[in-house]
Ligand binder design. Structure first.
Ligand SMILES: [Zn+2]
Length: 108
């Protein structure tokens, strides 16, 4: 146990004390502990928004890759294209639509 000086009134206080007995200043709570109530939600919104933007971008990319593969497949296979290419393109659209709806749902 050590004795520290109260930064508020200069009274010598035990570091085990919850508050200064002279001026009642809280000793265990440093002012830096106080969290800015506005900072945390803003960061969360920006992070969430970026996440959905990433999903939307991935959805668009998957859609174009699927379309490209489909066109490539039609030109080489003729009348019997591989349906899996359509599935990839559709999955891209679904991913994009989901990210769009999820972003709207979370942010209004
Ligand atoms: Zn004090």
């Amino acid at each position: 146990m050590t004795v520290i000086t109260c930064p508020e009134c200069g009274h010598r206080v035990s570091d085990q004390a919850a508050a200064c007995p002279q001026c009642a200043r809280p000793m265990r709570q440093a002012p830096t502990v106080i969290v800015d109530p506005y900072r945390e939600p803003v960061q969360t919104i920006q992070r969430t928004s970026k996440k959905y933007k990433g999903f939307m971008l991935a959805g668009v990319l998957i859609f174009f890759v699927g379309c490209g593969m489909f066109v490539e497949n039609v030109s080489t296979a003729g009348a019997r294209p591989d349906p899996s290419n359509i599935v990839i393109a559709a999955a891209g659209i679904i991913l994009f639509a989901w990210a769009r709806v999820a972003a709207w749902w979370n942010h209004g």
